[in-house]
Write a protein that binds this ligand. Sequence first.
Ligand code: GMT
Length: 380
Amino acid sequence: MKIGIVCYPTFGGSGVVATELGKALAERGHQVHFITYNEPVRLGSFSKNIFYHEVRVSEYPLFDYPPYELVLTSKLVDVVKYEKLDLLHVHYAIPHASAAYNAKHILECEGIHIPYITTLHGTDITLVGKDPSFEPVITFAINQSDGVTAVSQSLKDDTFEHFNITRDIEVIPNFVNLDTIEHKWEEKHGLKKMYAPNGELIISHISNFRKVKRIPDILKIFAKVRKEKPAKLLLVGDGPERVHIRNQCEELGICDDVILMGKLKSPDEILSISDLFLLTSENESFGLAALEAMAYGVPVISSNTGGIPEVNKHGYSGFLSDVGDIDDMVKNALIILKDEKALNKFKEQARKQAELFDINKVLPLYINFYNKILNNKKKV
Ligand code: GMT
């Protein structure tokens, strides 16, 4: 197949999933064209079947808001036509689904039929999409898609609850590539000493530090756990909430043990040395970061919200607590960190749980879905 993938090329989960999916498809012989405003951060080195088409939005004094969606639409028309694509797969509904809809109809006027699949990732539905300034367009572009997937049952339910959806949505979860993780794990053994020189436990969190992640909860949990167990907190990522972190660390008296790592291209190193992962989000459609942690055998303390319970199994790969229930999360963290035996048991279970989401299980779901959509196209 020749597939065009549209995504945000940044550190966000939707961009990571789209990029890893494209890479996996390319490895299996499909031709993958990334159509994005920057090279996706997780792309790594190019391979024979991977192409990158830049969506370049020019500045013009008249434009207070550069028309990204229009430029993307034109680029889609161009790439579909000249690369003879079979299918467009757009990740994150806003504004990618409506751009794909417009491109499809422009191409139809020229006798070219290109189906598009929209994958819903999370905040495109749960936060941004619901906003009345987007809602009618999002509803329309979802309903008009040739195929729609959501990354969890919870996100699918949310979509039906908040939008007037008149079509099916297929659940295809996020995934990890356990083969490559196994390999990287071996490489990173010496790193732990650098961050935890006295054998402290390493607790980590990775996100884009937005309000929805509840970063203050992470710091409060860490402060309490650290009273019982010597530990370091590694915070990976950046975003609007970062400016408050230092002040809160000072209030809690934990500055010396909290390390702000900034944005890292890949979470591999930090996860490979972590003992516990925290995900305290208010809302989370899936929680890719938690799954990536589990793939490294890192148990997860998380909130019981959105799609997280579909990933993190309570009492097995970690624990789930009500959003904001700091004391319960601390209690659960200490069950895991109690002693080496308990920690190793949870580590093993976390890894086992991640196996359910291995790319070799999830990729066929996407490929079958693509084939179904392409077969429908032939029948039209
Ligand atoms: O909203 C974000 O945190 C970023 C967002 C994205 O689309 O880039 O992440 C969402 O998509 C991920 C990949 O499908 C999911 O694993 C995340 O749970 C989801 N984030 C939220 O729902 C908050």
